[in-house]
Design a protein around this ligand. Structure first.
Ligand code: NI
Length: 236
C-alpha cells in the first residue's frame, strides 16, 4: 500500500471508530433518559395512588359516657383508628381520666356545648358561657386548646365573638343511631351512604352505636378506607 493509501485507510478507520463511539454514547444517553422518564412516571403513579386513598372520619357526639365511651376507646385502639369526639361539657366532670385518655390516644376532641343546648336560642352571653365553660373543661382534662365545635342540632351562630377561633363541624352521613338503637340498621345505613371524604355522625353513649362503629371500621378497612380525624377532611 502506498503512503497515501495508508493515510486514507487510517483516516477511514478513525472515522469508523469515532462514529461507533458516538453511537454508543447516544445509546447510553437514550437509556438514561428512558430510565429518568420511567422514574418520574413511577413517582407520578405513587402520587396518584395517594390521591386515590379513600378517607373517612368517624365522629361521636354527646359523650363522654362511663362504660360505652371506655369500650369504644379500647376498640379504636385495637383497630388503630383515630376518631373525633364532640363532648358535652357537663359530662366531663368525673370522667377527666377518660377524656385525657382520649387525647393521649390521638383522637381529636371538640365541643358540643356545656348543657347540649341550641345555641341560637340563647342570648349572646349565655351562648358564650356554654362555649367557654366547655372549652375550659376539655382543656382542664387534656391540656389542649379546643378548636372545633359541633353545635347541637347543627344550630350555629357564627357571630359568637367568644368562638371566633373555633370551627364549626357538620356531618355528611347520619344513620340516626340515637333513634334506631339497632346495630345492624346503623351499619347498613352507613355503608349505604359512605363515600370518600364522608363525615359519619354517631353517638358513643349507646352500646348499639359503639358496636356499629366497630363493624363499620372493619368493613370499610377491608374496602380500602383510611380513618382520619375530622380536621383532615375540612377544606378551607
Ligand atoms: Ni348531640
Amino acid at each position: 500500500m502506498s503512503k497515501r493509501g495508508v493515510t486514507i485507510f487510517l483516516t477511514l478507520l478513525l472515522t469508523v471508530c469515532l462514529i461507533g463511539m458516538e453511537r454508543v454514547k447516544a445509546d447510553q444517553e437514550e437509556k438514561s433518559l428512558a430510565a429518568e422518564a420511567e422514574q418520574s412516571q413511577r413517582s407520578e403513579m405513587a402520587e396518584a395512588e395517594q390521591d386515590d386513598e379513600k378517607l373517612v372520619a368517624l365522629t361521636f357526639d354527646d359523650g363522654p359516657q362511663e362504660g360505652s365511651t371506655e369500650r369504644l376507646l379500647e376498640g379504636l385502639k385495637e383497630r388503630e383508628v383515630k376518631a373525633t369526639f364532640f363532648l358535652i361539657g357537663q359530662s366531663i366532670e368525673g370522667e377527666e381520666v377518660l377524656v385525657k385518655q382520649m387525647a393521649q390516644d390521638g383522637h381529636l376532641i371538640g365541643s358540643h356545648t356545656f348543657h347540649h343546648v341550641q345555641l341560637t336560642g340563647l342570648s349572646l352571653e349565655e351562648a358564650c358561657g356554654e362555649i367557654t365553660m366547655t372549652n375550659k373543661a376539655i382543656t382542664g382534662a387534656t391540656g389542649q386548646t379546643v378548636e372545633y365545635i359541633r353545635p347541637p342540632y347543627g344550630s350555629w351562630n357564627s357571630k359568637l365573638e367568644c368562638a371566633v377561633n373555633m370551627r364549626e363541624v357538620g356531618w355528611t352521613v347520619d344513620p340516626r343511631d340515637w333513634d334506631v338503637k339497632n346495630t345492624d340498621v346503623i351499619v347498613k345505613r352507613v355503608l349505604n351512604d359512605v363515600k370518600d371524604g364522608s363525615i359519619i355522625l354517631l353517638h358513643d353513649v349507646y352500646d348499639t352505636s359503639v358496636e356499629a362503629a366497630f363493624q363499620i371500621i372493619d368493613e370499610l378497612k377491608a374496602q380500602g378506607y383510611t380513618f382520619v380525624t375530622v380536621d383532615r377532611l375540612l377544606i378551607d
